[in-house]
Design a protein around this ligand. Structure first.
Ligand code: GLU
Length: 310
């Protein structure tokens, strides 16, 4: 749908990336981006490169090689990538550096999700997680309810998950679990967000480290957040993570609302059950559009050589 504007969507670096995965993500992105009402067509890209355990230098070299081919396909009025799983501000920086080296152009509008100090937009890192939680709050409002006091779980521990947790806590919800691909951290007192950010954003470590300082918490290796009883679940990890079996546990445990921060995390069997049981449901195409929407605002700021307030 390039009639709307340049193709826009995330780049994903993860071993599960395949042509099929990228095609469905791009297809979803078309509808999501249309819903934002902004001038962005849909796109997606990525690689099955596994960044896990790699040094900064190895990540940099991969990003440079990737851009050495990608540069011919992107541009501020053709296709504007951002981050997705495995691609954050660090990777966008390495990619931008290589783009500039090859083309000789300081073309800010060619990538979004840039660092604030060189053309990035305030609120871009928070936008997807925050947006997902605002969406959930609106769903509940329609039902005469609110997030305050609700026991919640958030799958994942990346960008989307972390800022969903932050906004949930701000709304007075109690977030008791989050996860990475190895397991789940269950903290009955409510997750310590500052510690999570330190582990994931600063130290770039695995989630089990949470227990080092918080021995009252439980690390459940190989287990998912849906094993924890809750009223609201926010799947913010990856596609098809919430299976039919997870959905049954969720409903049996009194689950009432699911709002998708990730792209298509709810498997078809789970969706069918949610419909049957009248579980309130926020589909990612709408509920996680905050990220790409702020990316479009980043492009507007870049086009005007300006920066907006939060
Ligand atoms: N990867 C994000 C998404 O799925 C953001 C894409 C973007 O900012 O272009 O919407």
């Amino acid at each position: 749908n390039s009639a709307l504007g340049p193709h826009k969507g995330g780049l994903r670096f993860h071993p599960t990336v395949s042509l099929d995965v990228i095609k469905f993500l791009a297809y979803e992105q078309v509808f999501k981006n249309s819903l934002t009402g902004l001038q962005i067509g849909g796109g997606k890209g990525g690689s099955d490169f596994n960044p896990r355990g790699r040094s900064d230098r190895e990540i940099m070299r991969f990003c440079q090689s990737f851009m050495t081919n990608l540069y011919r396909h992107i541009g501020s009025s053709t296709d504007v990538p951002a981050g997705d799983i495995g691609v954050s501000g660090r990777e966008i920086g390495y990619l931008f550096g290589q783009y500039k080296r090859i083309t000789g152009k300081y073309e800010l509008g060619v990538l979004t999700g840039k660092d604030i100090s060189w053309g990035g937009s305030l609120a871009r890192v928070e936008a997807t997680g925050y947006g997902c939680v605002y969406f959930a709050q609106e769903i509940l409002k329609e039902a005469g309810d609110e997030l305050k006091g609700k026991r919640c779980v958030v799958s994942g521990s990346g960008n989307v998950a972390i800022y969903a947790i932050e906004k949930l806590q701000e709304f007075g919800a109690v977030v008791v679990a989050c996860s990475d691909s190895d397991g789940t951290i269950y903290d009955p007192k409510g997750l310590d967000l500052k510690l999570l950010q330190e582990i994931k954003e600063v130290r770039r470590e695995r989630l089990y480290k949470y227990k080092d300082t918080h021995s009252h918490a439980e690390y459940r290796k190989g287990s998912k957040v849906y094993d924890v009883e809750c009223e609201c679940a926010f799947p913010c990890a990856t596609q098809n993570e919430l299976t039919g079996e997870d959905a049954q546990k969720f409903v049996a445990g009194g689950g009432r609302l699911v709002c998708e921060g990730a792209n298509m995390p709810t498997a078809p069997e789970a969706l069918t059950l949610f419909r049957e049981k009248n579980v309130l449901f926020g589909p990612g195409k709408a509920a996680n559009a905050g990220g790409v929407a702020v990316s479009a605002l980043e492009m507007q700021q870049n086009a005007g050589w300006g920066t907006w307030t939060f």
